[in-house]
Design a protein around this ligand. Sequence first.
Ligand code: SF4
Length: 518
Amino acid sequence: MAYEPVWTANSDKLNKFEFAKLQKDGLDVIRTIIEEYAHKGYDAIDADDMSRFKWAGVYEQKPKDGYFMMRIRINSGVLTSEQARMIAAIGKDYGRGLIDVTTRQAIQYHWLTVQDLPDIFKRLEQVGLYSYEACGDCPRTIVGNPLAGIDKDELMDTTALVNEVNDFFLMNRDFSNLPRKYKMSISSNIHNNGNAEINCLAFTPAIKVIDGEEVLGFHASVGGGLSAKPHLARQMDMFIRPEEVLKVAEGVTVIFRDHGYREKRHHARLKFLVADWGVEKFQEKLIELIGPMPTRGEDKIAGWSSSYYDGVHPQKQEGLYYAGLNVPVGRLNSEELEELARLADTYGDGTIRTTQSQNIILTGVPEAKLEQFLNEPVLQRLTPFPNRFMSRTVSCTGNEFCNLALVETKEFARDVAKYLDAEIPGMEEEVRIHFIGCPNSCGQKHIADIGLQGALVKTPEGMVDAFDIAVGGTLGPEAKFNTALKGRVRHDRVAPVLKELVLFYKNNKLDGETFHQY
Ligand code: SF4
């Protein structure tokens, strides 16, 4: 399909970023980085171009003194060992060996200089990886089922589908100027491991009998997203065959491009348009574009796994296992990633998979090799059998590197998890605890059992780090965001307050009750 963009007709009300995007497409900055800034250096970078660096997947790192962070897109989190080795090598050569796994299955570097970028782009491309459009007002990494192809609980292998949608949108100049970031999820896992409800557009598993035949396909939801005003995506009344997923994705993205709001940047995500129109009007508009679609079939989502896989589990393929490894607060180093690549080749099927819970999965290990595999030294720290709280603690980047952060999060989150594991041994069920350093919610605070959002609080000693606490978030059939508790807790009181909160839950909950029902 070719859709003529209509949105520029309303250009009298554009915000200042929109004017910058009109003057030069975000994707054009990649060439400028390679041909100009990498030679002239940091001080030569034009302010508008600096805001366009996001289209190259690059942000300025705090405190804006010449270093950058970079995000690498990974479709559904699935990497080959060769790609993982390249990521590790680039991290070692340019990023001080620091590798972060993000809540959208991407990999993030820090400490890069603008001079480093051309070689990094080139080396990523050599192994079929890209940082392009991992950030910016464009379709970003497509999240999904990291177990695609080996999952006992998926209706179909979505690998080819995710690659098809990714390849269509990546570097596609028809969609490189959207009103704001645009996030898609495609998963056929029945435990909603694509975290569908918090995406702009999400495809989830469904079945429908058409002409007497049972067809495996998808339902689609639109308008989800977090940040200061979180929205849960709403499902359209539509059944989508696998071969129609791209058509629907293109149609939804065209509507966002042409009708999404461009006046106020904080009001530009697709979720605001869907909330204003209602899902019915949105669907009507979509049908006008793509033609009639069958109505909804049988929804196959049965609960929510919150994208955790720790432990060792049988795959769809008889005799093969996957191991979900804990990466504490999503941070590992180049040596560890290199070592995981070796394990993937030595014991597994040569792939490494990143998860939305900031962890890693190794797959395809035959039963006979499991014991030797589990004795590998790197799995001492990145263990498939982590302590309870460390296994369920997620953190955004925080003020170590992020210019928007109000407080430090990663090291703090790790310390709090260690404290809770020591203070509450033998906790049976998992409590998911997420930390974010500002309302943008990269650490997905709203869907946590306990979500902590950084803030500052005035004390006699001056302003100090503190956190607002919210409880009871979940996705899946009972999806709801967590509810804020009253008060703001100083950073040095957070660990003991969480201990009291968890113990209260542990000692008072009814049989079978979960944190979000409490
Ligand atoms: Fe930065 Fe805020 Fe995102 Fe944390 S949530 S990484 S502080 S923008």
